[in-house]
Design a binder for this molecule. Sequence first.
Ligand SMILES: [Ca+2]
Length: 398
Amino acid sequence: MQIPWTSVKRKSDPTVSIVPNNPENSLSQLRIAVFNDGTNESGTFYINEVGYFTSASGYFEASLILYHPGLPEYDAEYDIVVKNDGVPINSGFTLRANDARVEIQGGKVTVPYSVREQGKDVIVTATSTSGQSSSVIIPSKKWDITFNDDFDGNDLDPTKWSVFEPELSYGSAPSYCARDCYEVSDGTLKLLAKKRETVLNGRTYQYTDGAISTENKFTQSLGCYVSAMRYEPWSGICGGFWLLPEFHGQRQSLFFDGPRSDLGCGEVDIIEWSNIFGDRYCVTEHFWNYNTNQHSDTNHVMASPQPGKMYDGQFHAIGVVITESNSYYYCDEELVGVFEHSYTTLNASGETMYPANNFMLFSYRMGPDNDSNWVGRWNFDDSDFPLKYEVDWCRAYK
Ligand SMILES: [Ca+2]
């Protein structure tokens, strides 16, 4: 698509055309990037980016598409875009890093943890064939481990974990959380759903399932929470790894919504997976209005790591890094979601509100075998029990 210069007018004065080298506006080039995401009417284009350039010799620039801190102990991947006069280019330049351990392929830069754990900032320099150069800095975050469990014993470490909400059931759930909902063996934690008829508070259940948490045993605010888990291919039951704030009598916040100061995040779901989600999994931040305690909003993304990871029988590290301004969600070295937030906020009285510490939680909960179950109908039968959600390790860092 070409737009003649004479048809481009100044917004402040439509009678003035933006003409190359017109001293009145000092523009020499104008670039408009457009997109159509396929959901809009055909023939409709939206402007994605507008830039202008005043250098006669051209403008050569390398930039990082998105900085993120990366998961501790994993490589971190970044995308770098190189532009000439604002137009992305794929050739006519070289990319070099200030450390030979950094891998560069096309515009993808992989910083190994061996570099990141030294706290060494990575500088990637693009040099054009005509000798222009431009650098980007990728800061390295040094992590200190604050919590670790490899599940090496034959029971849960009682200084770290407790059964969460024992003997509690939700709504129409066909199960309740049993005190013996888990097993620790061969280096892993197994959360189990079992078929067994029990009577609890006058109601007969055919199944039990469960959850464990670090409540009252380990809490933290900012930092990284990560664990490695694998799933059996069941739908109708959901395996989760999440964060909840310390309770303190009413729901607290892990952080606050940026634009809406009355909303606090009261639950972070780092992963929720059932077979109906296929290669993807749910990442969700739940916000409540801390004045009314009403659930008000969510940040949600269906995380899409490389296909096959949910079915390959391997453990994959699923985690979040929470900073004062963002939460970054990961599957291994892949960044799968980012949300912005505020660490503090001002309430209606103008007082500064701070977040509470939060604890980690694993859950394996059944829903009913009907269409009301958001994780799908059951694809298992009685002979498949006990159903199992397995965790190799769990860590937190600051
Ligand atoms: Ca282990």
